[in-house]
Design a protein around this ligand. Structure first.
Ligand code: NAP
Length: 248
């Protein structure tokens, strides 16, 4: 089950956190993985080394998803080099948190440029190549707050809600071409993104999570592996929640 050998996958934001765990898990199942990174080249190289040490195939690719030409070139370059792209995971994301009345235009634009525009242009380039083979798996990493909202996260939560609309739209547009489009919505996961949150907020999030703890990136990755697999062929337009019960 969930054998990905012979497939190629591209994961944005795979230098650390959830994207790193996704890249490792896809490679573990046999996919050849493109490790997208923006700035942390050494971290991306470390992921590549770890995958290769376990017998997997991976290459690092520098890409700033907030620049349309950059994400398009990264994916087109991957397809040229590998011959095809079967799995695209749009994971790169940032959170600039501020209540609405303190929200600055540049922070809103930056958040949407990375989280939404990066996902849209990435998916466009990926789907263009998937259409040729009439097969593909597109997976967006949204967030529990895209469904629930969260005080202090107007820019971030709205960007993650946008990804849910995008998932359902693309699922409808490309279902007839053998391409499924789904999203994974993590709850509170231990990464650099959440590391700096105040203790009080962490405590509150844990209290609101029925499983009573913060999740690990390695607990999100299997949901992506499933959606990327042939076994998930009848699943499209869905949001798979991995959140310890925070939202049911
Ligand atoms: P993280 O540890 O902060 O890692 C962010 C990743 O995104 C890094 O690999 C970073 O690359 C990359 N990135 C940032 N800006 C980029 C850009 N402009 N172009 C390309 N790559 C860029 O974050 P995370 O917690 O793993 O989050 C991964 C995804 O899960 C995000 O979409 C996030 O919104 C979502 N999520 C996280 C949580 C959570 O609790 N952690 C919950 C729900 C959803 P560099 O290392 O090269 O800078």
């Amino acid at each position: 089950m969930f054998d990905l050998s012979g497939k190629t996958a591209f994961v944005t934001g795979a230098s650390r956190g959830i994207g790193r765990a996704i890249a490792m898990a896809l490679a573990e199942r046999g996919a050849e993985v493109g490790i997208g990174y923006a700035r942390r080249k050494e971290a991306a190289e470390a992921v590549q080394r770890e995958i290769r040490a376990r017998g997997g195939c991976a290459e690092i690719v520098e890409v700033d998803v907030s620049v349309q030409a950059s994400i398009e070139q990264a994916i087109e370059g991957w397809v040229r080099a590998k011959g095809k792209l079967d799995i695209f995971v749009s994971n790169a994301g940032i959170a600039i948190d501020q209540v609405l009345l303190r929200l600055r235009p540049e922070d809103l634009h930056r958040t949407w440029a990375v989280n939404v525009e990066g996902a849209i242009w990435g998916a466009k380039a990926a789907i263009r190549s998937m259409l040729r083979q009439r097969y593909g798996r597109v997976i967006f990493i949204t967030s529990v707050v895209g469904e629930t909202g969260n005080a202090g996260q107007a820019a971030y939560a709205s960007s993650k809600a946008a990804l849910i609309g995008l998932t359902k739209t693309l699922a409808r547009e490309y279902a007839s071409r053998g391409i499924t489009v789904n999203a994974v919505a993590p709850g509170f996961i231990e990464t650099e993104m959440t590391a700096s949150l105040p203790d009080e907020l962490r405590k509150r999030m844990i209290e609101q999570t029925p499983l009573g703890r913060i999740g690990k990136p390695e607990e999100v990755a299997p949901a992506v592996v499933y959606l990327a697999s042939d076994e998930a062929a009848f699943v499209t337009g869905q949001v798979l929640r991995v959140n310890g019960g925070l939202l049911m």
